[in-house]
Ligand binder design. Structure first.
Ligand code: NAD
Length: 256
């Protein structure tokens, strides 16, 4: 079995996708979503070590950070981000974590024909998802990266840390000029669940630019609707989820 833990879990799409994958390949495995309070999540995480028939688990909001703290081994990106979404249980009970949210977003861009290498990007909101996306864009060779966050100091702190490991990327903690951008990502929750607000104005954006949103509910956020009116390439939060599916199944030892 392969559980996914979060709170709430109504919005979680992984069980549908994974269970279809298991069924199509006659794999004897099932994914179920567990809604866990923080204390129960801590107990669960330690219990997984002794669950001989668990492949590990998937962590979603708000448990990605506590899941990282409890891992015995982290990928370098997960260590940088202090968060994991995929946790594999080794036969001896050790927990190995990775974070693929950012990679999923970049993979979805490539599926739209937009390779970040050498391009200019702006990421709005650098919490869990946004910092993973900023890291993945830098890893993919973006040349200019602007980041902002409504929480004071958050973008500046990430800018300093990212600049240390990606010295070739010109990273600024500042609003970008839309006219110069190839890629803009809303990685804040603005636009979620019927919220009509916009994370930023798209005034001046070029129609060739890719506008991405991490929000999955609704998939067509007011911001993406506006980007569509401007003729931009639009990427939904659901495409970001799809973009990481192959990486997820590989982390748990399955072949595609
Ligand atoms: P988070 O709370 O860790 O980060 C959100 C960040 O956005 C915070 O730093 C906050 O200060 C900032 N923010 C809020 N309003 C802002 C604004 N108007 N302008 C700039 N910054 C603002 O949350 P998270 O886990 O990163 O999730 C953010 C969104 O991404 C949620 O809607 C979540 O459902 C979605 N998400 C989607 C995927 C996916 O695969 N599609 C994966 C993870 C999260």
């Amino acid at each position: 079995m392969l559980p996914i833990i979060g709170r709430p879990v109504e919005q979680v799409k992984a069980p549908m996708v994974f269970n279809r994958f298991f069924e199509e390949r006659s794999i004897d495995c099932v994914m179920a979503a567990l809604e866990l309070e923080n204390e129960a999540a801590d107990t669960f995480i330690q219990s997984v070590r002794g669950m001989a028939n668990a492949l590990g688990y998937i962590a979603t909001v708000p448990h990605k950070q506590r899941a990282a703290s409890a891992c015995d081994e982290l990928s370098s990106r997960a260590a940088f981000l202090g968060a994991v979404n995929l946790i594999r249980r080794e036969q001896d009970g050790r927990l190995v974590g990775d974070m693929t949210d950012g990679l999923g977003c970049v993979e979805a861009m490539r599926r739209h024909g937009v390779d970040p290498e050498g391009k200019s990007a702006f990421v709005i909101g650098v919490g869990g998802a946004g910092s993973a996306i900023a890291h993945a864009l830098a890893e993919a060779g973006i040349s200019h990266l602007n980041i902002t966050d409504s929480a004071a100091g958050r973008a500046e702190a990430l800018q300093l840390r990212l600049s240390q490991i990606f010295p070739k990327v010109a990273i600024k903690a500042a609003v970008a000029d839309m006219q110069t951008l190839d890629i803009v990502v809303n990685a804040s929750p603005v636009g979620m669940n019927g919220d009509s607000k916009m994370p930023a104005s798209l005034e001046g954006i070029r129609p060739a630019a890719l506008v991405a949103d991490v929000v999955t509910n609704p998939a067509d956020t007011p911001w993406l609707k506006k980007a569509k009116e401007k003729g931009c390439i639009c990427q939904t939060g659901l495409e970001m989820v799809d973009g990481q599916f192959d990486l997820m199944v590989k982390h748990f030892g399955f072949r595609i």
